[in-house]
Design a protein around this ligand. Structure first.
Ligand code: ATP
Ligand code: MG
Length: 175
């Protein structure tokens, strides 16, 4: 699976709708302090199902919604659309997550309303999930470099797709 496009609206500092095209290969994000680099990575995690406010650097679920500035009023929703190449038969995958103040968050996959759990399974298989080591956040680069060989191997194995098998097994055991 490869993330091809990302659309953000009302998500953290991305108040106006923004669309990013992600080219094949390694992608780095550069820019001045506070311009939204980390917010971008959080948007990717969020649309893939991240729900822990701690890893979203916020106090609550709704903190991802643009909170307003002296010049701009706050928004009442945040939406992130992720378009990916599913890999297998070149079919595109579109995942949408949207949160509205006071109404919680909802997901759509290829136009259909789905549960958070379904989204987790989509990305568990693809090894691209919110906790995937394929997403390297600020400060984590040092951890990867400093890791012992065995730890680093585990990170790479997870990135290569073994984590997906783990989630599927847990899901199967619950049935
Ligand atoms: P650095 O180089 O310092 O790591 P960065 O490019 O990673 O910076 P971010 O942390 O992504 O920057 O963005 C921080 C900005 O996002 C801050 O200006 C902060 O006020 C803004 N921000 C975060 N959450 C919200 C929100 N809910 N509403 C409005 N602005 C927000
Ligand atoms: Mg940052």
């Amino acid at each position: 699976m490869r993330i091809k496009r990302l659309k953000l609206s009302g998500f953290k500092s991305f108040v106006e709708p923004a669309e990013l095209h992600i080219e094949p290969g390694l992608t780095g994000v550069v820019g001045p302090n506070g311009c939204g680099k980390s917010n971008l990575l959080e948007a990717i995690r969020w649309v893939m199902g991240e729900s822990s406010p701690k890893s979203m650097r916020g106090g609550g679920m709704e903190d991802v919604i643009f909170a307003g500035t002296a010049q701009r009023p706050p928004r009442d929703f945040a939406e992130v659309v992720l378009l990916a190449d599913a890999g297998d038969n070149d079919s595109d995958l579109e995942v949408v997550r949207r949160i509205e103040r006071g109404a919680g968050s909802a997901y759509r996959v290829n136009g259909r309303d789905v549960r958070a759990k379904d989204v987790a399974l989509v990305f568990a298989d693809a090894a691209t999930g919110a906790h995937s080591p394929a997403l390297v956040s600020q400060g984590k680069i040092a951890a990867v470099i400093a890791a012992k060989p065995a730890e680093r191997r585990m990170m790479l194995e997870e990135a290569a797709g073994i984590a997906g098998l783990h989630v599927r097994r847990k899901d199967a055991e619950q049935k």
